[in-house]
Every structure is written in C-alpha cells, then in structure tokens.
Design a protein around this ligand. Structure first.
Ligand code: SF4
Length: 295
C-alpha cells in the first residue's frame, strides 16, 4: 500500500501565528496562559498545548479568573472577538495577547465600513457563514449584530419574505474566511439574479489559503484510491473539506486520531491519500501516515 500526505494540508497562517505566539510566551514566561476559546479546533493539538501550559477558558470564566488568579494574560485566537469582549477583558485587568489573524482583522474593518454605507440607505450587510461560529460572532459584533448571517439561498429567500432585506436597497455580501467557495458563489449568484448590479457589492473574503486548498483537494481526492481526512470534530473548515473529498471520492474517511483507523478500509493495492483541515497539525498527519503504512 502506498501512502501520501497532502503537501498543502496543515495549519493556515493565522493558526501557525497564534500557536507560535502562545509557545513563545510559555517558553519565555513559564506558568500558564489563558486562551479565550480553543486556539485551534483540534483536540490532539489542544492536548499538546495544554501540557505546555495553555489553558482554554470561556467568557463566562473571566470574572472568576480575574479575581482568583495572579497570572492574568489572555490570548485572543485567530478567529478574533467582538469589541464588547475587548472591553470586558480590559475592564477585568487582563494583559492581552491579540492573535486575531490579520486577514480577519481586515474583514472586520470591511464590515464596519460596509455597514456605515448601507445602513443610512436602508440596506443590509449579509454574511455567508456559520451562525455561532467564533469568527462570525466577532464579525457580527462589529456592528452590534445588525447583519444577516446565512448559509443557504433558502434562508435568504425566507428572510426576504419577511422583509429583513430588500432587492431595491443596497446589499453588501461577505463570507466567513473558511467557507466553501462553491457555496458562496451560489449565494452571490442568487442575489445577482434578483438585484440591480448597482445595488449589490460582492466582497471576495474567503481566505486565499482556504480557496486554493479547495481546488487542490478536489484533485488530491480524485487521484487516490482512499482518502483519510484528519480533523477535529469541532472544526468547521474540517467539515467543509471532508464533504468536498467525500463528494469526489466515496472511499473517504474522517478521523480525529490514528486510533480511529479501520484496517478494513484498505486493500494492499491502494494508493492512500492523507489530508486535513486548516486546524490539523502536520505532526498528526505524519502519525496517521505511519500508522497506515504499518498495517
Ligand atoms: S483561514 Fe485564513 S483568514 Fe482564517 S485564520 Fe487562517 S489564515 Fe487567517
């Protein structure tokens, strides 16, 4: 059995930057560092970082930690946070390490600017994204939640029916950085088919690292007999990319760690491809490849 790891799989730039910053801090200062939410949606990598001193906390933990702990440094992950969270963190006296990805920071700014343009004209900002996803919470928080978040054209039609937005008023469309380019195109085409061109502004905000991975993964999935897709169960990007591989190659299997590999998936003549999400560490892909090679 031949085994190949997808060269483009592994952390995106934003996650590499956040994890590198946390590791440097812990190396230089020792002790512990709080991360507001999981720094990466991968249980195996979180366990590794936790052993170095990175503790994942939630917003609800902040008041108690602020009063109980001497060490009060808090890391904001690549997804970013809404302004209200920055205010709360600073009022509680935490030192802040802001690892919001520069691409996400740019998107937050674009949304504030689009809101300032559309709101006075009775228009709307629409975000193609996953409701409740941390990056989306950070985006909608830029404008006090006064935006529409959808994943399907059916949702848009339902919102149009109750006058949440209008085809004769300005609309500016954005995407969460990790969404499917194909899904975004469907939303963009739907709006373009209903609205005058002059009233619709479509912003291309899917991260270029994600968009190029979509194209390349289609080829990767087609050129292998079996695909083993490695991603944490809470990775939204992992879900999207797994679905993409499964569509191209029916013999695609999703695992979180090498212990979930089932030998029954493979024939000795198979060429096996191993790939993952923007939150899957390279060391985990290597472990999976070794485990399959030993079968
Ligand atoms: S997917 Fe792109 S935009 Fe999102 S955190 Fe990673 S590098 Fe930044």
């Amino acid at each position: 059995m031949r085994v190949e790891i997808d060269k483009q799989s592994g952390f995106c730039g934003g996650v590499i930057r956040a994890i590198g910053t946390a590791e440097r801090f812990l190396d230089e200062h020792g002790g512990s560092l709080y991360s507001l939410g999981a720094i990466v949606h991968n249980e195996e990598e979180l366990a590794r970082l936790n052993s170095l001193g990175l503790e994942t906390i939630s917003i609800a933990d902040l008041p108690e930690l602020a009063s109980a702990s001497e060490q009060k440094t808090l890391l904001i992950r690549a997804h970013g946070e809404p302004p209200a969270v920055y205010q709360q963190v600073s009022s509680l006296g935490f030192d802040l390490i802001d690892c919001t990805c520069p691409v996400v920071l740019g998107l937050q700014k674009q949304i504030r600017e689009a809101y300032a343009r559309t709101k006075p004209a009775g228009g709307k900002v629409i975000i193609y994204g996953k409701e409740g996803h941390p990056e989306v919470l950070g985006l909608v928080g830029q404008v006090d939640g006064d935006v529409i978040v959808v994943q399907t054209t059916a949702q848009l039609e339902a919102l149009k029916a109750v006058d949440e937005f209008a085809f004769d008023r300005p609309v500016e469309l954005f995407s969460q950085t990790t969404m499917s380019p194909v899904g975004y195109e469907a939303i963009a085409e739907y709006l373009a088919s209903k609205m005058p061109e002059s009233l619709l502004l479509i912003h291309r905000t899917i991260c270029s690292q994600v968009a190029s991975r979509h194209k390349q993964l289609v080829e990767f999935a087609r050129s292998h007999d079996v695909i083993v897709f490695v991603a944490g169960s809470s990775s939204s990007n992992g879900k999207v990319l797994y679905d993409l591989c499964k569509k191209e190659n029916a013999r695609t299997y999703h695992i979180g760690s090498p212990s979930e590999i089932d030998p029954a998936w493979f024939l000795t003549s198979d060429f096996v491809g191993i790939c993952g999400a923007t939150s899957t560490p390279k060391w985990l892909l290597d472990q999976v490849a070794s485990a399959i090679s030993r079968l």
